[in-house]
Design a protein around this ligand. Sequence first.
Ligand code: ZN
Length: 386
Amino acid sequence: MEKIKCVEGIHYQSQRPIRLTFDHDLISGMEELEEISSSLIIAPGLVDLQVNGFQGVDFNEPDLSVNDVVFCTEKLWENGVTTFLPTLITASEQALSDAIKKIIHACEDPLIAASIAGIHLEGPFISKDAGPRGAHPLEFVQEPNWEFISRLQKVAKGKIKLITLSPEYESANDVIKKCVAEQIQIAIGHTAAKADQLKRAAEAGASLSTHLGNAAHLSLPRHPNYIWDQLALDDLWTSMISDGFHLPDAVMKVFMSVKPDKSFLVSDSTKFAGLPAGTYQSPIGGTVQLTSTGRLSMQENPDLLAGSAASLKSCLEYLIHANLATLSQAIDMASVKPLSYLAKGEKVSVFQEGSRADVVLFERKTSKMMINKTIKSGRLIYSSEI
Ligand SMILES: [Zn+2]
């Protein structure tokens, strides 16, 4: 991949013309320019902490190949994503171990390794209740188990960085503490936990609510309930699927208001993201329908969503379209903030000497981002012009 020395464009925040210079995989400087001929906007590369699959590839399918992982990463680059966490949902230990091996094998390529910042295990330590469990298979749901995690972490060569679990089990707090001590971040999700269990989990080190407001009972007591309780815990960050289907605008507005510095976007994309509208077979949902607007539902009951078919880019475009965020706020929620969460809350500098040379250049068409170039570690990994 071609090494890039410098790029010019309009700064996504200040809207002023700039030149960024790169030194290998880092930014070596940012210079303001009087004028430039380009109308491209420069922003940090997008960061998606929840990707189950993309464009025909599902990390959870048993026939996943190493090439599939590489292909999926390249398709994400095309969509502006420079860093992501492949996400594995509840399955048998053998199936999880097999998928992890494929991902780790793909990481032998340094650019793939740099793009895959870690693996997100979503399950199997989640609620058994219908609703919170979502589409995760009941037969493999189990209580949090440190030995299970340790064995998988060995297979993953330390690359499991995030685990979504429910703290409604006795063993949860002990496992949370062990994970945090071993540099694995813990998210609460797919949960039916009570207020005191949530509070103790946060005290033990849980730091995120995974796709808050989804994977929940269809009806909840008005209060208390686990959505209010998680929102009220100041140490918890919140991830949201802002595809326009998973959460009403009012709910997203409230989440963002309660957690102005600690909310970020995830796509939670399945293999159907990036595919044309049509009817498909899903490994977990049977026959599913994908509309041209990107809504993925069960064919037999179109009221029920069958996961997300949105890219992170379209999630951030939706926030702008719905007037919930400006372009620069939406980009931050899909880049700087998830990166800052991964850095355990450390502030992530943008376009400063020493910050990562992970950048997207794009043209803005109303609320849409037309990706022109994606640069990872100072290398051109996607160009619409080639
Ligand atoms: Zn989920």
